[in-house]
Structure formats: C-alpha cells, structure tokens
Design a protein around this ligand. Structure first.
Ligand code: NAD
Length: 359
C-alpha cells in the first residue's frame, strides 16, 4: 500500500533537507506518493499569498504532511506561514521529543524529554495593534478606562488570551501521549504568579485534567525556574506541557540540551491530521550549500512513519541514523568536534550514509 503525503519543501535549506529526507524514507521500503506543494515568499508572485489554498487543500485531503522550514520576514511583510498553517488546520498540539543520541555533542549524556506546546492561542494568535494607529489608541484608552492602568500612548500592543477549552485539549493530549508512550510524569509550565488570569487559568485547568490521569505523575513549574532546572537537572523531567510562547522558547532550550537544532524533530497535530517538521528554521546562511544537518527533518519523518503505523520502518530508520551519528564520520559540520572540521560531509552525503546502513 502506498501512502499519499503532502511535501512542502520550504525555503532556505528546506529543499535540500527535504530531498535528503525523501530519499532516506524511500530507502526504508515504505511506499509514499509525495504530493509536492510550495509555500512561502517564493510563491507570493504567483498566488498572491505565501500560503495558497491548494497547499491547505492538499494537506486536508491527505491528512498528513512533511514540511521544510519557511522564512518569516521580521517586523514587516506577511505573518508567519508556519503559524497560519497551524491555525488554518487547527494543528493545536506541537510535539517535540528531545532525545540525546550517542555521538551528538552536548553538555549532557542522557536527556529524554518531550515538549508538548499549545499551538493555537496565547501571544501567537496574532491579535496585535500597531503603534500609532487609531485603533491602537482606542485599545489603550479602553484599557485605561476598564483597568485604571496607564499604558504609554506610543505603545504597540499584543494580546495574550488563554482559554479553558484549548488548555484542556492540550493537557489531555500531553497525558494521552504520556500514557501511550510509557512516560511517567507531566509537568505544566506557566507564569501563574504574575499572569493570574491567563497562565493562572492554564495551571488551574491543567491541575483539573491531571486528576483524570492518576496513573501519571503531575507537577508544575514557573517558566523561569523551569529554564534553570532544565539546564541543571534535565533528568528530573519527562513530558512538559506549555502554552504557546513558553513552548516555543523551551523547545529551543531543550534542543540545545540534546546537541542543537540540527537534530531536534517535531510534529504539529490536530484531530486526525498531522504536519511533521523540524524545530529549526530556514538557516538562510546555509541555503543551497549542501551543509545543513538533515537529521532534524529525518527524525521528524521517523515520527511520521510511526504516526502512519509503520513502526518497524521507523525503528530501522532511527537506528540507521543513530549509527551514522554515533560513528561520527559521515556527518555534517554541526555533529563534528569543531564547526570547521574538514572531514564534515554535506547534507546529501549524510543521507547516502544513512541509506547505506538501511540496505
Ligand atoms: P534557524 O533555526 O533557521 O537557525 C538558527 C541557527 O541554527 C543558525 O545558526 C542556523 O544556521 C542553525 N541551524 C538551523 N538549522 C540547522 C540545520 N539543519 N543544520 C545546521 N545548522 C542549523 O533560526 P533563525 O535564524 O532564527 O530563523 C531563520 C528563519 O526561519 C526565520 O525567517 C524564521 O522565522 C524561520 N523559522 C521557521 C520555522 C519553521 O518553518 N517552522 C521555525 C523557526 C524559524
């Protein structure tokens, strides 16, 4: 049986990573028809939008996609296509396993954490008011009237909302994931001491949901303390569940614990629909240079194979990757002792080595 999967190669280093990943997935023997769809800045001239409806239609039809990174211009131009995709398809859960593989350079020997990030609300919902605009002055005036609190007139405003419904479903997702994957503990991360009505609600709902899962331990940490604890003793933690912004930041922190963005995979999941993508971005400085590490997108593809129920192929692919990384010979610059190591190989050659181990 062949699966049809939407493939969004992305931009920057995306296309070369996608090509390498496609080849390795095909070498597992799992048959996939890749439906290639482009998005991002490069398609704006043709479709008038960085996220054409045909891309969304393809994912809605196939219910599964593998996606390379897409560049978001800072402070101008269109909003993040990555965020829009998650919102359009209601991919409410971002799952980022952070497991340290032998051979990857890290300050830590053993890290095996899972970050579950809420994807649909919080400061990422895009409810923003630009400094100097009339509606922004209105909002600032309303805030003053309703709360008695003064906000300088030259402020830009971003609104943070956290709801009971979205919190309940993400915390349930984290507990269900813990149960299905033999995990022992879920930690809710928040700043409820300061943001009592948004993060406070997140914590209250998380505590309520935790009571439905007596077989899984539950605790909670304030986000700043969590950052320090993860740096000092990551082995104390297992599954972390976080609102959107903290989830974004701590995903990169956890990627750092396991050796960097080059090896950190991820998935964005909704009800019966999934988009698999690495944690890292488009790394523009390496674009087109056959230099970037394909491991993160490949580990995301391993998650995809597991999601499809192809567990044996997923295990074989992960083992082949783990072997190549542990040997440390045919790996990209970021997996070598020094970034300028002359023995580092390119994206494509690392894929070849993994394929050789699969065969
Ligand atoms: P980035 O992840 O692209 O790069 C951060 C650092 O990690 C850089 O030094 C980069 O060279 C390195 N790096 C990243 N991926 C690597 C890989 N596979 N192999 C080796 N080194 C790698 O983050 P950034 O520079 O903040 O963002 C660049 C662009 O990507 C921005 O436009 C941003 O909005 C976008 N972005 C997209 C996504 C996504 O598509 N989901 C995620 C994050 C950032």
């Amino acid at each position: 049986m062949a699966y049809t999967v939407t493939l969004i190669p992305g931009d920057g280093v995306g296309p070369e990573l996608a090509e390498a990943t496609q080849r390795v997935v095909e070498a597992t023997g799992v048959k996939i028809n890749w439906e290639i769809e482009n998005a991002g800045a490069d398609v704006v001239a043709e479709y008038g939008t960085p996220l054409p409806e045909r891309v969304l239609d393809s994912i809605r039809k196939n219910k599964i996609a593998l996606k390379g990174p897409l560049t978001t211009p800072v402070g101008r131009g269109f909003r993040s296509v990555n965020v829009a995709l998650r919102q359009e398809l209601d991919l409410y859960a971002c799952l980022r396993p952070c497991k340290k593989f032998k051979g990857v350079r890290s300050r830590y020997d053993e890290v095996d954490l899972v970050v579950v990030r809420e994807n649909s609300e919080d400061l990422y919902a895009g409810i923003e008011f630009q400094e100097g605009r009339p509606e922004t002055r209105d909002v600032i005036g309303q805030i003053q009237r309703l709360t008695g609190k003064h906000m300088p007139a030259d402020s830009g405003v971003s609104i943070k909302g956290i709801s009971i419904g979205a919190t309940r479903r993400i915390v349930r997702f984290a507990f269900e994931y813990a149960r299905e994957n033999g995990r022992k503990k879920v930690t809710a991360v928040h700043k409820a001491n300061i943001m009592k009505f948004s993060d406070g609600l997140f914590l209250a709902v998380a505590t309520e949901v935790a009571a439905e899962y007596p077989d899984i331990a539950f605790d909670e940490r304030i986000v700043d303390n969590m950052c320090m604890q993860l740096v000092q003793k990551p082995e104390l933690y297992d599954v972390l569940v976080l609102p959107n912004l903290y989830g974004d930041i701590l995903s990169d922190l956890c990627a750092g614990l396991i050796g960097g963005l080059g090896v950190a995979p991820g998935a964005n999941l909704g009800e019966g629909i999934a988009v698999f993508e690495a944690t890292h971005g488009s790394a523009p400085k390496y674009a087109g240079r056959n230099k970037a590490d394909p491991a993160a997108l490949m580990f995301s593809a391993v998650m995809m194979l597991n999601y499809l129920g192809e567990r044996e192929a997923a295990n074989r692919m992960e083992n082949a990757m783990a072997t190549v990384i542990a040997e440390g010979k045919d790996v990209t610059y970021d997996l070598k002792p020094a970034a300028d190591d002359p023995t580092a190989v390119g994206t494509s050659q690392m894929a070849d080595a993994i394929i050789a181990h699969l065969q």
